[in-house]
Ligand binder design. Structure first.
Ligand code: TNX
Length: 495
């Protein structure tokens, strides 16, 4: 059976239209909701994607009162109750395509659908106008996400990634309608964000990475640039400062924060669990306060992630007291706290978020009104190997092929955790073995699009056979976008 479409993540409702495809051409315009900067920005984004490959001018202009011919119209005024923040409706046929949403974010998600409805060649950075035509198949789509938090986590601590590399990663998230980038900014092997009041954290703590390379860090201006780039793609950045464990780089920078007050040696291996902040001295809380204050000031998103994972050198009571104190500092600076599932040992505030990765104990977070983000290691840890022949990756959580990342349901994963308890799904990519962007992409593709569909598409709209056929159609796009990927034997690639 031929595919109706190859949109990933699959839209909630798709109906083929009866009429002809709409062909983009020399005279096609992109018309946007008059008076809306958000709609104009989405129009400009779409034009930038389509112009190089098609060679068409695609001017972006305010829409008039009547629906226009030979145009892609991006309009607001969609039913907010039905579409929410990120939903959209798309109607294509004959001589036009009309995209409608309640909010600019919905237009942006819909623009990714439009992009995916066009031939893969549209992703080319060079004019391939001779290989046109550029048909958009007649159809009607009504679509909105199942979960509000659809994320990926990038570990820039084990290996450092430049601002440009992070931007390329954000582009890939945007294509699959992901809306959250969790940046793991600190760990034993490196501290990657400038903190003006504790300058050695980045200057000294940022100078190492796994395997002994040079490391690096983001100035606050670099970080602001990443946040702004993400925001243009309706992606929220959630910065993580991991504590009280995973802090060797911080202790190298400021030995007074360590248990015995002595500077440990810099660490460039890949063990976990051995380092911890001293939780009984004022200096630690001064540092936390300063870091949270500086980070909150440059983070428009609602969350600061404070880690809290894998502390093997502290009893539960001291751990919980520390987390509660950190949570209070975060709240005082106007943010909500995110943390690993271990933080459920503390009294979390309603509004805090606990991230499940391996234990059912995360459920305890619900008693206090906190919500969960699901990152089950055996399904969505994209730093695991695909199979026995994968060179990159770790294997402590098992091998994860595309189908494993795809075939699970967030509402039935954990006993006693229902759909309404779950804010969403996040796929972490820890980078112990990913030394560069090419390796990172290999781990992320094609599993990241699989997780994106788990988070976006209602369970009833998902099935493995359909997914793998649609996924296969994305490989030509990845090649044009310069995205490396694993040619999984589970996917019927056609080229
Ligand atoms: C566990 S998941 C970790 C990380 C490692 C990762 C490697 C979690 C909270 N901690 O420190 O990088 O495994 O897969």
């Amino acid at each position: 059976m031929p595919l109706e479409h190859s949109i990933v993540p699959a839209p909630e409702h798709f109906a083929p239209g009866g009429g002809d495809s709409f062909h983009l051409g020399e005279a096609t315009r992109i018309l946007v909701e008059p008076g809306s900067d958000g709609a104009a920005a989405v129009g400009a984004f779409l034009a930038e994607i389509l112009r190089p490959s098609t060679g068409f001018a695609l001017p972006v202009e305010p829409a008039g009162d009547a629906p226009a011919a030979d145009a892609l119209s991006l309009l607001l005024g969609g039913d907010e109750a039905a579409l929410g923040e990120e939903g959209y409706e798309l109607e294509v046929g004959g001589d036009r395509a009309v995209l409608r949403a309640a909010r600019p974010a919905g237009l942006f998600r819909g623009a990714q659908t439009l992009r995916q409805l066009l031939p893969a060649a549209v992703e080319s950075h060079e004019s391939v106008v001779t290989s046109g035509p550029w048909p958009l198949p007649a159809c009607r789509i009504v679509d909105r996400p199942r979960f509000a938090w659809r994320g990926a986590m990038l570990d820039v601590a084990r290996h450092f990634f430049s601002v440009d590399e992070v931007k390329q990663f954000i582009d890939a998230l945007a294509l699959y309608k992901l809306n959250t980038l969790h940046l793991h900014l600190t760990d034993d092997q490196g501290w990657r964000i400038e903190i003006a009041s504790w300058p050695r954290l980045a200057e000294v703590g940022g100078s190492t990475q796994v395997g002994g390379g040079r490391g690096g860090f983001y100035t606050q201006a670099d970080y602001a640039e990443i946040v702004a780039y993400a925001a243009e793609r309706f992606v929220t950045v959630i910065p993580e400062i991991d504590m009280p464990g995973h802090v060797n780089a911080a202790l190298v920078s400021y030995p007074e924060l360590s248990g015995d007050g002595a500077a440990p040696a810099p660490y460039t291996g890949i063990q976990v669990g051995f380092s911890a902040l001293r939780v009984d001295v004022d200096a630690t809380y001064r540092m936390v306060e300063d870091v949270v204050r500086e980070l909150a000031a440059i983070t428009p998103g609602p969350y600061l992630h404070m880690g809290g994972d894998e502390v093997e050198t502290m009893d539960d009571e001291a751990y919980a007291r520390f987390i509660e104190r950190v949570q209070e500092i975060v709240a005082r600076h106007g943010k909500r706290m995110g943390g690993g599932e271990e933080t459920a040992k503390a009294r979390l505030l309603p509004g805090s978020v606990a991230q499940h990765w391996k234990s059912e104990s995360v459920r305890d977070a619900l008693a206090h009104g906190a919500k969960l983000v699901l990152s089950p290691a055996s399904k969505v840890y994209l730093d695991m190997k695909y199979d026995a022949s994968t060179e990159l990756g770790l294997r402590w959580a098992g091998r994860i092929e595309v189908r494993d990342a795809y075939e699970w349901d967030p509402a039935t994963l954990l006993e006693g955790v229902a759909e309404g308890d779950v804010l969403g799904v996040e796929a972490p990519i820890w980078t112990e073995t990913a030394r560069n962007l090419t390796s990172l992409q290999y781990l992320a593709f094609p599993r990241l699009p699989a997780v994106a569909e788990v988070a976006w598409t209602p369970a009833a709209g998902r099935d493995w056979e359909g997914f793998r056929a649609r996924l296969a159609a994305h490989a030509p796009r990845w090649r044009l976008l310069g995205i490396n990927y694993h040619r999984s034997p589970q996917v019927p690639w056609d080229g």
